[in-house]
Design a protein around this ligand. Structure first.
Ligand SMILES: *Cc1c(COP(=O)(O)O)cnc(C)c1O
Length: 390
């Protein structure tokens, strides 16, 4: 049985070898500390769980939901944008519910890419952008995110013929995996660029509530003209520790939202309504939980960054996200350093090349284990790896 070309062209799974080593070490009784996975470790706040339990008992919620989401859920997203960003959204036409934002990020390419159409893809980046474009038959064009540019794409470096063929552009701030943030000037430039070349901007804002020391990530939709050129993908996953619940949204340009809803209505049947009620509770309820979680991640971030800096790194503390992105020492590749760290310490870090070729030479640490375990991980690195050079 031959698989379709679209499956065969998917990149090989890069971490297979490391994962085998982790499995084997666990079997041998090694106390593995995984800083590999970007999945919040703390539970979903109680008031959200309680709303789910209550609504799960209501038989009205046991039937097929609408594929674009209940109006009350879309109104809750609009209310959140009004309160948080001072952005006005029409919940009927400018918001669609998603089964987690990953689903919409993958499906948007099916709405806009014909064979040969270009999608502009940040590298390093969340793999779904490029894979969605490939599965839809499009051509991903890589926008390198380089440290010297603050991990922002250099829009002036995109060749004009590529920009003319591009239909979509993916942008993600606060950024996974680099932890970078984007300033106002970048968003103004992005919108002007998208207007000039008629490109739809897909802004992934998964980390818009996880930020430190008073920094408040903006929404792409706050900027003048944003709604003319694009949409924002949002999610309850990271903001409210709800990765397992599968609930997110896309918001912005009404034509794009309608197209995404049309694809979805032909493929899935929307989010379980009880989960949508829980999403409403998350978005319109008390927001203290996002601030408390940010404080938890900040404490963990400080332990990691201060620890690595004491060994020879020279990292700045990221202002947002649940990640620390760091270069590998001299003489290592991303993979060889991750393997070395694992063999010496039992600590799992993610090789940067898993996020694209421009991630080579870096690794990512996810701040998703308790402080005590982070302290233990850093202590093991200090004891068994020690000072490094670049
Ligand atoms: C975690 C994450 C998402 C969110 O995925 P969901 O499907 O909403 O759980 C989206 N984009 C990035 C970059 C992420 O890291």
């Amino acid at each position: 049985m031959e698989e379709a070309q679209r499956i065969r062209q998917l990149p090989a799974y890069l971490f297979a070898r490391i994962e085998k080593k982790i499995e084997k070490a666990k079997e041998e009784g090694v106390d593995v500390i995984s800083l590999g996975i970007g999945d919040p470790d703390r539970p979903t706040p109680d008031h959200i769980i309680e709303k789910l339990c209550e609504q799960a008992h209501n038989p009205e919620n046991h039937r097929y939901p609408s594929s674009v989401g209940m109006l009350s859920y879309r109104k809750a997203v609009a209310e959140y944008y009004g309160n948080r960003f001072n952005v006005e959204l029409d919940p009927r036409t400018e918001v669609v519910s998603l089964l987690g934002s990953k689903e919409g990020i993958a499906h948007i390419s099916f709405c806009y890419l014909d064979p040969g159409d270009v999608a502009l893809i940040p590298d390093p980046g969340y793999p779904v952008y490029g894979i969605g474009a490939l599965l839809a038959g499009g051509n991903p064009y890589i926008m390198p995110l380089k440290p010297e540019n603050g991990f922002l794409p250099d829009l002036d470096a995109i060749p004009t013929d590529i920009a003319k063929k591009a239909k979509l552009m993916f942008v993600n701030y606060p950024n996974n995996p680099t932890g970078a943030i984007a300033d106002d000037a970048f968003y103004h430039k992005l919108i002007a660029f998208a207007k000039e070349y008629d490109i739809i901007v897909c802004h992934d804002a998964a980390y818009q509530e996880i930020a430190f020391e008073g920094y408040r990530p903006p929404s792409f939709l706050e900027y003048p003209g944003a709604k003319d050129v694009g949409i924002e993908f949002g999610s309850c996953s990271k903001s409210y520790n709800m990765t397992g619940w599968r609930i997110g949204w896309a918001a912005g340009n009404a034509r794009v939202i309608e197209a995404l809803g049309r694809i979805k209505s032909n493929i899935d049947s929307g989010v379980f309504q009880a989960v949508q009620y829980a999403g409403i509770a998350a978005l319109t309820g008390p927001q203290d939980c996002t601030k408390e979680m940010s404080e938890v991640y900040r404490e963990r971030r400080d332990i990691v960054v201060d620890g690595l800096n004491s060994l020879g790194w020279n990292l700045e503390k990221p202002k947002a996200t649940i990640y620390v992105w760091a270069p590998v020492p001299k003489g290592y590749t991303s993979i060889s350093f991750a393997e070395y760290v694992f063999e010496k310490t039992g600590v799992v870090i993610t090789p940067g090349n898993g996020y694209g070729e421009y991630g080579e030479g870096f690794f990512r640490i996810a701040l998703t284990v308790e402080k005590e375990r982070i302290l233990e991980a850093i202590e093991r690195i200090k004891q068994n790896i020690g000072k490094v050079e670049f």
